[in-house]
Ligand binder design. Structure first.
Ligand code: 13P
Length: 262
């Protein structure tokens, strides 16, 4: 399978960002068999705009061509930073490259909490993926206690500092961040537009300080077809990372529609 060269990926990333349509990314988590994924795509119909899907490995491998045909950017929800070896149950970057993936999800809070994924591992994964020419979507987020105690700014800054350590200037266009407050994931109740605006303003400032760039910043946590327009109009929100509502083609399609800007 032919791989895109770096210049092409950079041009596409810049073009995607310039026209300002919101990025709509679906994280299917541990859902969707191949058959269900195919049915989903058939019901979803044609898409335009910046649509991404992170399916489970099995579905990713079989449906890669279907995603590509529809202009959907796709990639895994996790990967190992080593190229190969005795790591039972893991998937490496060369395996992912073979499937023509563009963007890899890394650092999701479920991986951090259920599989004890550390910032050190996440940093290694990001470095390995960028070296291989992939773009990455890094997830960060604070828990309820950290939000309530006012620690959230420190927590989020530390995640960014540690996870992005060693990021070289030429790789900055390959980074996107998804801010996902853990307390809003899967609850049906998103953070409020005030909380999202305040947090995104803070994160944009931290990202600018760390990278000198306006890095795309998505919001995730109970985004659905009803609240997407409001959340999408918050300053500093460049798109959505969606769990539950990305499993239903009619909901996902509505979110894509309200995300178009031109
Ligand atoms: O974790 C999420 C996406 O990565 C968000 O999930 P929900 O949209 O189901 O809250």
């Amino acid at each position: 399978m032919e791989q895109k060269n770096l210049d092409q990926i950079i041009r596409e990333t810049v073009a995607r960002y310039m026209n300002r349509s919101l990025i709509v990314a679906g994280n299917w988590k541990m859902n969707m068999t191949v058959r269900e994924g195919m049915e989903f795509l058939e019901k979803l119909g044609p898409v335009d705009g910046k649509v991404m899907i992170f399916p489970p490995y099995t579905t990713l491998a079989v449906l890669a061509g279907e995603f590509r045909k529809r202009g959907i950017i796709y990639g895994p929800q996790n990967f190992h930073y080593k190229e190969s070896g005795a790591y039972t149950g893991e998937i490496s970057l060369p395996m992912i490259k073979e499937l023509g993936c563009d963007c890899l999800l890394v650092g999701h809070s479920e991986r951090r909490s259920y599989y004890n994924e550390t910032d050190e591992e996440i940093q290694k994964k990001i470095q390995a993926a960028l070296k291989e020419g992939f773009s990455v979507m890094l997830c960060i987020g604070e828990n309820l206690e950290e939000r309530k105690s006012g620690q959230w700014k420190n927590v989020l800054r530390k995640q960014l500092e540690k996870d992005l350590e060693g990021l070289s200037a030429d790789r900055i266009p390959y980074i996107q961040i998804a801010y996902e407050p853990i307390w809003a994931i899967g609850t049906g109740v998103s953070a409020s537009t005030e909380e999202i605006t305040e947090t995104h303003r803070y994160l944009k400032a931290v990202l600018s300080e760390l990278t000198g760039s306006d890095i795309p910043l998505l919001y995730g946590g109970s985004v659905n077809e009803k609240n997407a327009a409001d959340i999408g109009s918050c300053p500093g929100v460049d798109g959505f990372l969606i769990g539950g509502a990305s499993l239903k083609p009619e909901k996902f399609r509505k979110i894509i529609e309200v995300s178009k800007r031109e």
